[in-house]
Design a protein around this ligand. Structure first.
Ligand code: SAM
Length: 233
């Protein structure tokens, strides 16, 4: 894939460094726990089963609109932001033609490479934490991000990703993701665990500023504030 992306918003190098360092530390300490903190110590089968369940619950219900009614998922390219060790990627790759999975942490990507070694339709990318410079314009049919943006400590980084996702999606394609919506977080200094909180107005503005149309939202004022952004066709 060609490098074409550019962040058109200034994101501080120190923010990118902190995200990278904190997530590398977490990956080395106990990657599976920080990826999905339901357990301190995961049984490997259960860990991946949790990813399969998340794909069933969070991606399968949108299949009709992702595929535009008539296309086969095997013909579609999917982008995942914040893939971690490939917990969901593994199952998304069984459904779609190709998955490009990006993560800011080289240590997470190293583990994902081992976990996904048998799959030939996944490209793993250790990104810079704010752009998708390895992904070509209008090359993706669907983009998603699950329990990732909640951890991003900067609204500028999230805005940068939204602009980048808009760039790499084909017209008419969907970006489904979550942000931190919890009200209590609005008065806290943002960090790489609790992130930065979005109100409904913030989310509307994020959508508008990046060129998307807000198709749906769910879970405002909670930690799992889901947004469905559609690139106009
Ligand atoms: C809680 S884990 C979730 C991983 C995966 N989405 C899953 O559900 O299995 C959050 C992941 O997001 C990644 N991450 C955090 N900030 C990021 C950023 N700015 N860009 C890309 N990935 C990021 C972390 O390295 C980590 O792998």
């Amino acid at each position: 894939m060609k490098s074409t992306g550019q962040a058109d918003v200034a994101v501080g190098e120190s923010t990118l460094r902190v995200m990278r360092e904190d997530w590398n530390k977490r990956a080395l300490e106990n990657a599976e726990h920080y990826v999905q903190n339901a357990h301190e110590k995961w049984d490997e089968r259960e860990f991946f089963r949790s990813g399969e369940i998340n794909v069933a619950n969070e991606i399968m219900p949108d299949m009709h609109t992702i595929c535009g009614g008539s296309r086969s998922p095997r013909d579609l390219n999917v982008l995942e932001i914040g893939c971690g060790v490939g917990r969901m990627t593994k199952f998304v790759a069984r459904i779609f033609g190709h998955v490009t999975a990006v993560d800011v942490s080289s240590e997470m990507i190293a583990k994902a490479k081992v976990n996904l070694a048998s799959l030939d339709n996944v490209t793993l990318v250790n990104g810079d934490g704010a752009t998708l410079s390895a992904v070509a314009d209008a090359s993706q049919d669907f983009a998603y991000s699950f329990i990732v943006f909640q951890h991003i400590p900067s609204a500028e980084v999230i805005a940068s990703y939204c602009r980048e996702v808009y760039r790499v999606l084909r017209p008419g394609a969907l970006f489904k993701f979550q942000v931190q919506g919890a009200q209590w977080q609005r008065d806290q200094p943002p960090d790489t665990w609790f992130g930065v909180s979005f109100s409904e107005d913030d989310a509307r503005q994020l959508c508008q500023n990046s060129g998307f149309v807000m198709e749906r939202s769910e879970g405002a004022n909670t930690q799992f504030y889901w947004l469905w952004f559609r690139k106009p066709g």
